[in-house]
Write a protein that binds this ligand. Structure first.
Ligand code: HSE
Length: 343
């Protein structure tokens, strides 16, 4: 397929995908017959640019890395906002990477519906729309003959959702448990080595792990969003963010981390859900002091881990990066390659 891509949002994840697409252009064309141009970008902070025959993305990355606005790109249309970019550009596929609001899902839901309604594919790492309306958006994609891909909303580019959707198909998945937030796992790792909470959080922000508002990470809201997504998309339930018990890591002091270490234990922020005998789901995000013998205790840095409880195979665990510029950017390539296979 020859994609015409438009980016809605162009922060770390969008830039991460761009770098991968530029570096792997030849490989993608040769191995997968995957070809692309990027025709438009619209970002609330950086402005917008539309060039129907394709933008020079080396120039774009250069502008953005030097703190310049997209208006400084030498050619193209500069006055389209995000909705106008989706509606008026010749893009066939929208890369939706605007900020996440898991309580409302907006403005991303509006962007995604506008694109799908116009028959355009959407790939997105935005958790908000999947938390709020996964089933509805997937149905809308189907009825418009378009694709809505969101592999990266859980465990970034580590293919946790595709594992359940394809490789574990035929199993009944009754629950899951895991480390679902990279930022908090990174902070806990650094604090155990002696770094202060504030410095560890700052480093997580610099490394591109944290959300635009990192409160969502440290207070467990980001992990909660992933628990809701997994409960609805993988366990087939229909819960909302208010149905999950939640506590973040902000009350875990350095002293408690040192004490846990002396006891042969380690603090981790754990997200879990289990289907109950009455069919309801019990879901939780809570810090747990795990013995070092627990496999999750040795998952450190911004690495995440997720164990599915399956009926045929028992526990199946996937471990890999849960956050980061290229690690999350790559998840969008997984979705694009799926569209490419189907086309
Ligand atoms: N802020 C998120 C995390 C990004 O730290 O896990 C990936 O969803």
């Amino acid at each position: 397929m020859h994609f015409k891509l438009a980016f809605i949002g162009f922060g770390t994840v969008g830039q991460g995908l761009t770098e991968i697409l530029l570096e792997k252009k030849d490989m993608l064309a040769e191995q997968y017959d995957f070809n692309y141009i990027i025709v438009a970008i619209s970002d609330i902070m950086k402005g917008s640019v539309y060039e129907k025959y394709g933008l020079d993305m080396y120039k774009i990355l250069d502008l953005v890395k030097n703190g310049k606005k997209l208006d400084e790109y030498p050619t193209g249309i500069k006055d389209l906002d995000s909705l106008a970019t989706i509606k008026k550009s010749n893009a066939d596929t929208i890369v939706e990477v605007t900020y996440t609001d898991i309580k409302t899902g907006e403005p991303a839901i509006t962007y995604i519906k506008t694109a799908l309604g116009a028959g355009k594919n959407v790939v997105s790492t935005n958790k908000g729309p999947v938390v709020k309306q996964a089933v509805e958006l997937l149905k809308m994609a189907e009825s418009n003959n378009a694709h809505y891909g969101f592999e990266g909303v859980v465990l970034a580019g580590t293919p946790a959702l595709n594992l359940a959707r394809f490789s574990l198909a035929g199993n009944k998945i009754n629950g899951f448990k895991g480390i679902l937030n990279g930022t908090t796992n990174y902070i806990l790792t650094r604090m155990e080595e002696g770094m202060s909470y504030d410095n560890a959080l700052k480093k997580a922000q610099v490394l591109g792990y944290a959300e635009a508002d990192p409160t969502g990470d440290v207070e467990g809201l980001d992990a909660l969003g992933k628990v809701v997504i997994l409960s609805n998309v993988v366990l087939g339930k229909n819960i909302g963010w208010k149905d999950v018990e939640r506590k973040g890591i902000t009350e875990i002091t350095k002293d408690e981390i040192v004490k846990a270490k002396a006891e042969g234990k380690r603090w981790k922020l754990i997200g879990s859900a289990e289907i109950q005998s009455d069919g309801s789901v019990k879901a939780k995000v809570w810090p747990e002091k795990l013995p070092l013998s627990d496999p999750l205790a040795s998952v450190n840095e911004a690495i995440n881990a997720l164990t599915y409880h399956t009926d045929e195979l028992g526990p199946i665990t996937i471990v890999g990066p849960g956050a980061g510029r290229r690690e999350t950017g790559f998840s969008l390539l997984i979705d694009l390659l799926e569209i490419n296979r189907k086309s």
